[in-house]
Design a protein around this ligand. Sequence first.
Ligand SMILES: [Zn+2]
Length: 347
Amino acid sequence: MRGLRERLQDGETVVVAEGYLWELERRGLLQFGNFLPEVVLEKPEAVEMLHEEFALAGSDVIEAYTYYAYREMMKLRGREDEVEKLNRDALAIARRVADKYDKLMAGGLSNTPLYKENDPEAQQKIYDMFKEQVEWAVDAGADYIIGETFGSYGEARIALQTIKDFGKGVPAVITIAAHFPDCTTDDVPIPEACKRLEDEGAAVVGINCSRGPDVMMPLLKEIKKVCKGPIAALPVPYRTNDKERTFFSLKDPKTGKLVYPDNLDCVRCTRIDIRKFAEDAKQLGIQYVGLCCGNSPSLTREVAEVFDKNPPASKYSTSASQSFVFGDSAKTYGTEMAKMAKFMKGE
Ligand SMILES: [Zn+2]
C-alpha cells in the first residue's frame, strides 16, 4: 500500500478523522475533565466501531486512540501501570481496522502540561514519554506518527525529535493548536513554527484543534505562504469567530455563558459549514485535511465527498427527494401530504 509520503508527493489529499475524545464522550463512554482514553481498556469494541465508522465515512487514516495516554497523565489518574497496555491495545485496534479497510494507521503523541522553555529536566521527561509511545507505535506497524495539539513550538519540536530518533523512518505529521494569538505559547509566530518544523524534517506541518474553520482559515493562508510542503488543517467543527476565537471561549448565544466543554452543541458547525470549509481548504491546496474535537462520521463524510473520496457512507447521504412528505413521492399521496408539509413548515 502507498504510504503517506507517496500519496502527498503524487498530489493527493489525505483525509484524516480526529476527535475521538469528543465523540466517545458524547456516547457516554469517557469523562470530560479526566480526558483519559480509558475507553480503550474498558470498552475497546466502541473504539473499534468508531474507527470503522470513520473509515466508511472516508477517512484515509485510522489514528490510534492514544490521545493523552502518555505516562504522566496515566500516573496522574493512578493508572500508570496500564500505560503500555493501553497504548499497545489502542494501536492494535487501529491497525486491525486500517488493514480491514485498506487505510493508513497513525500513532499519536499529544501535548502535555510539563513543557517549560528553560527547563531541560522537564524537556527530558517529555522526550522519554514520547520515546516509549513512538516505540510502541513502530512495534504495532504504524505507517506514520502524528504529534498534535501542541501549544508551544518547543514541545512540538520534542515530539518531532522523538519520531526522528525512534520512528525507524516513519513520517511525522506535526500540528500546533492555534489559540487566540497567531503565535505559540513560547512566542513563535505560528507560520514560523510550522516552517521550522518542516525544515527540521516533518513530512506535514500545520494546525489542529482549538479554532473553528472560519478563524483557522486566515492563519492557514499565512502558513501556506512560508511552507513548501503539505499543510495540515484540522479545525474543531464549532462556530468560532473573531471575538471568540477558540472553542474554549465560545458562549451560548442564548444565555451568554461559556459552553466548553459540555454545552458546545449550541455552537456546532452544520454540515453546510463543514462542506464550505472543505471547499475552501481544497481551493487553498491543503493536502492533509480533517476535523478535530466535535467531529463525527457525518461531518467527515462531507469533507471526504468534497475531496472526491467516494466513501461507502455516501450511500446514506441525505436524499430529501425520498421523503414522503417533502419529496417527489409526496404527490402520489394527494393533498393530504401537501397539507402536512405546510403544517410542518408553518407556511
Ligand atoms: Zn481537538
